[in-house]
Structures are given as C-alpha cells and as structure tokens.
Design a protein around this ligand. Structure first.
Ligand SMILES: [Zn+2]
Length: 416
C-alpha cells in the first residue's frame, strides 16, 4: 500500500539521470540534490556487495561463513576510514566487527546491525541472490545484510561530504542476533551506554522506523516427582507429568493483555518409557513484554501459583529467564522518528513510527534507567517475509534510505 507509493516515486528517480530533474519532478521537495546524487551513485555498487554477502551462508552457528562476511565488512569499514577491531564474542561462533571514526563534534553516534542469518549451510547455494523487478531475494538479503551495507555506504557518502560533526562514530556488526545475542549483548550494552544516539538497521516493512520493540523471556517450569513401575507399583510413584499438566493449566494466564505481555507454553517434556511413572517433567513458555518490570511480576505471580499442587510430594520450580530486554516506548525515540520523517519529507515521502512485537538488539542498546542514548530501529533496507525462503528486499529503498541515514547523522551531530 504505502510501498506502492514508494516504488512509483523512486521509479521516477531511477528514470532520471540527474538529481536536478528529480527535484523538478517533485517541486514541493526540498531535497539535498548533491546527497541524492551521491546516494544514486552508490546503488549499483551496494547491490554488487549485497550479492556477494547474500551468497555467503552466515547462519548464527556457521563460524566459517560468518568469518567470510566479517572479513568483507571489516575491509569495507577500513575503506571508509574507520579503525577496525575484530572482537571474539563467546559463546557465539562468529566475531564482532567494531569500527571507529573520530570527528570534531561533540556527540557520540553508533550505527549497528547483525550479520548472522537464521539459515543453515547450503541455503545460499540453493537459492542464491536474485533480482526480480525491483526486489532482491536470498538468505539475509533484508535481515540484515542490506542494513549492514546501508551503514557502510552511508559512511562513504558522509566522508565524501566532509561530515565530521560527531565526537565518535562507532559501527558495531554482531554475529549472533538471531540467537539472542548471547555473545555480543554485553558489548552492545557497554558501547551504547557511551552514546548519545544509536541507530539499528533491522529491515522495516515499509516507510516506517521502529520506536519500540518487545522484550523476550523464557519461563522454565520444572517438576520433580518419583519414578515407579507403572504396572506393578504406580501408587509408589509421584507423577511429574501429571503435576506439570496441572501447573501449565494453572499458569496459562500469566500474560497481561493490559500491559501487552504474552506468555505461551510451547515446549513440554516428560517421560520416555510407557511403563514408568515419570520422575521429571519440564515445560518452557515464550514470554514477550514491553515493560521489563513484567519479568519480576510474572516470576512473583508464578511462584505463588505453583504452591497449589495436585500431586503431593512433588517439587515444582519456575524461573523466568530474561533473554532480551524490551526497547520501551519513549518520548526521545518518538522525537528522533519525527526527525526522520522531516528528512523523508525532503524526498516528498513520509516515515511512520511503529512499535514491533518482535525483539531486537535495540533492547540492549536502550537504557531506560538513564534515558540515554536515544535509540531508533528499523533504519535498514525495506523488506519483508524475513526468516522465510520468500524474504525480499526492496531495491528502490536503497537510495532514500541512504539519504535518510546520512541526513540523520548530520541532524544527530547537531543534537536534533
Ligand atoms: Zn534481524
């Protein structure tokens, strides 16, 4: 819907050779024509790099592929003038690529995105990068290899424009976002604490930016009973599976519709032999929340509820594990989204702020206790159907998104 508008608008852009004639096409726009031209010039080289990166498998556990992508990203970062550090991220299979630029301004800005994908080895060979119309397909094309290249090419344009209005410009590429960033979360938290602004380049579905994402937790439920032969002495057993079933029914409403918290029991395990009363049973629930305090609330509620047992002499434990904190809705991110919208207006387009139900690394970058840095997600290449074999990236979004990123850096350098 909105996307159709985007496509037709940029089709005009693609058909014109100069930014000046583009400006004539949309007289209301106050576009920075030099920037627009610089972005247009980089569209084809970016697509070439995207082809290279998409054709390298880099699933979260694929050390070899991640290493190859890491090498390309590190090389490109050096080419745009950054000093580059490769940092191990145990237990992640891949390493982090951290680029740094020193400017002459006063604000610290970080641009970040992951370069792992959800796909296994052989996926890229099975369905290599391809273009159909204005869409590109292939594993990780939007999530998030397109976003990684937007960062690099935006830095290239910024350098060409002599942009130095920042104290430090930090780039973080991490290799494990698709598995909860277990190895990179501490680095994201640490680096972001020093920033004034953090932009995250996850793919937006249309002309939007993300101003809030849900946090993710797992709720682990464990029951210990007593094993016994189910045929000859069932009364001597304490059936952990039955108690687990009782507890799951009691714990089915841990979520809070008012707070947007969901808790859904998804994995259940008990017993492996038909003739044995199971000694152990366990279950795990997927929990999503927009308020981090919900973790304590769910833990406290669950602790109370599990006291009521069906099978005596069973031991029941529940533990909420925080996997990824939420990037909570806040006024500063809304304000930065409005800046993005005013920049897109220069192109005769608009940006809508959205809240997402999924979790991203924006949750680790956002520090609600200090309100710093200001975080905005969904800065990447427009795309959809992510994590599926139909994942696509909108090639027509490259030029406006490059334009947006450069102008955002310039605005953030001035504290806007
Ligand atoms: Zn992603």
């Amino acid at each position: 819907m909105k996307k159709r508008h985007l496509i037709s608008l940029i089709a005009v852009l693609a058909c014109t050779n100069s930014a000046a004639s583009f400006a004539q096409t949309i007289p209301a726009a106050q576009a920075d024509n030099a920037l627009l031209q610089a972005a247009q010039k980089r569209k084809d080289p970016l697509i070439k790099d995207l082809t290279t990166l998409v054709n390298i498998d880099s699933g979260t556990d694929d050390a070899k592929g991640l290493g190859q992508v890491e090498a390309v990203l590190a090389q490109r970062l050096k080419e745009v003038g950054a000093s580059v550090e490769i940092v191990a991220a145990p237990p992640a299979a891949g390493k982090m690529v951290i680029g740094k630029l020193q400017g002459s301004g006063t604000r610290n800005i970080m641009l970040m995105i992951h370069f792992d994908t959800v796909f296994g080895i052989g996926e890229a060979a099975k369905r290599p990068f391809k273009i159909v119309g204005n869409k590109a397909y292939g594993p990780g094309v939007a999530d998030a290899k397109g976003g990684a290249l937007l960062i690099i090419y935006a830095l290239d344009i910024a350098r060409e424009r002599g942009f130095k209005d920042y104290k430090t410009l930090t780039v973080l590429f991490n290799p494990d976002e698709e598995k909860s960033s277990l190895g990179s979360r501490d680095m994201i938290t640490k680096l972001s604490a020093d920033q004034d602004y953090v932009l995250v380049f996850e793919p937006p579905e249309a002309d939007v930016v993300t101003v809030a994402t849900n946090g993710i937790a797992y709720v682990h439920l464990d029951v210990k009973g007593r094993a016994s032969h189910a045929g000859s002495a069932p009364e001597a057993g304490r059936n952990a599976a039955v108690e687990l079933s009782n507890q799951i029914i009691q714990l089915k409403d841990l979520g809070s519709p008012a707070k947007g918290t969901t808790v859904n029991w998804t994995v259940i395990q008990a017993g492996d032999r038909v003739n044995i009363i199971p000694e152990k049973a366990s279950a795990t629930a997927d929990m999503r929340m927009s308020d981090v305090a919900e973790i304590q609330r769910v833990q406290a509620d669950a602790d109370k509820i599990i006291q009521k047992k069906l099978i005596p002499e069973t031991d029941v434990k529940v533990k909420v594990e925080n996997r990824r904190p939420p990037f909570s809705k806040n006024a500063e991110s809304d304000r930065l989204a409005a800046t993005a919208d005013s920049i897109y207006k220069e192109l005769g387009k608009s940006i809508t702020p959205v809240s997402m139900r999924y979790g991203t690394d924006a949750g680790f970058a956002y520090h609600p206790e200090t309100g710093k840095p200001v975080v905005l997600d969904g800065m990447g290449i427009v795309g959809d159907r992510i994590h599926s074999s139909d994942e696509w990236a909108d090639l027509d979004s490259i030029v406006p998104r490059l334009y947006l990123t450069v102008r955002m850096m310039e605005a953030m350098g001035k504290g806007k």
